[in-house]
Design a protein around this ligand. Structure first.
Ligand code: PLP
Length: 275
């Protein structure tokens, strides 16, 4: 892999930021994770769109254009010599002595490119497990911000319960999961939480929407309750790193037959064709 820190490419173990950095001290920044398949970043324009939106939402004074970011990412991928990898890019409000007020220094841009960790075939065939967890996050979850403490706490709780994901519930409805979007399938139709300030507009969610269009499967933006999820025929989660991943058990209760479903599989196969 390779690192990048404010204008310089480095080895990953040389990526060092001073403690007086707003990402460390305040989580005052935004990030993106982009999957590279066979040398090509997947849905790069969409990721950069979201990065710009997140930056605007927290008033980051970025001077770089989408084209600048694109060139930087492509250069990093090229330098890494990796064909299948994850790009992590982080922008913070800069390096400056700690003070809550906005500084007037340039933003800090850092990046890592590392080999993609693949989900095993066995896991895909068996499906994954989840728990329900209170959504304890703030009111602006559409921003891909560095503040992930509630997500981390929920994911760790899932792990300690022997599960893979925490499905978050706010005011009686499923929002998303700790690091993925959530979908249910009922009578052949796909339902997912509508986009709002309460969830991250997932890029993989967008890819799944495209896949269902191509497959002539109904894709319906609609809120659903944990009970409706448990009664669904199939459940899956999506993210850049997990792609389309079946969930077969939640809070110890089987979804459908307790095996990955056929509709989920068709959507995943179509997703793979979009890559
Ligand atoms: N929701 C949350 C809270 C996430 O952290 C992520 C990604 O890590 C997603 C959804 C999925 O987004 P994407 O498909 O763009 O990776």
């Amino acid at each position: 892999g390779i690192g990048y820190i404010n204008g310089k490419f480095t080895n990953l173990d040389e990526l060092v930021l001073p403690i007086d950095e707003r990402g460390h001290q305040f989580g005052d920044g935004v990030y993106e994770v982009i999957r590279v398949y066979n040398g090509t970043p997947f849905m790069l324009d969409e990721h950069l769109d979201r990065l710009i939106n997140s930056s605007k939402a927290i008033k980051l004074p970025i001077t770089q254009t989408v084209e600048d970011f694109k060139n930087l990412i492509l250069e990093a991928v090229d330098k890494s010599q990796l064909m299948d990898c994850n790009v992590y890019m982080q922008i913070t409000r800069g390096i400056v002595t700690r003070n809550h007020l906005f500084p007037t220094v340039p933003v800090s841009i850092t990046m890592t490119v590392r080999p993609a960790k693949l989900i095993s075939q066995t896991t895909r065939e068996k499906g994954e497990t989840a728990i329900f967890h209170e959504d304890e996050r703030w009111a602006n979850c559409y921003i891909k911000s560095l503040n992930l403490l509630p997500n981390i706490l929920a994911k760790q709780t899932a792990f300690e319960a022997g599960c893979y994901e925490a499905i978050l519930v706010r005011d009686g409805y499923v929002t998303e999961a700790s690091s993925s979007n959530v979908f249910i399938i009922k009578d052949g139709k796909v339902f997912t939480t509508p986009l709002s300030k309460q969830i991250l507009p997932g890029i993989t969610r967008m890819a799944v929407k495209n896949a269902t269009n191509l497959l002539n499967i109904d894709f319906i933006d609609k809120n659903f309750t944990p009970e409706e999820l448990l009664e669904a025929d199939e459940v899956f989660v999506t993210s850049t790193t997990s792609e389309v991943l079946p969930i077969v058990k939640v809070d110890g209760k089987l979804i459908g037959t307790g095996k990955p479903g056929e509709v989920t599989n068709r959507i995943y196969q179509q997703f793979l064709k979009l890559i």
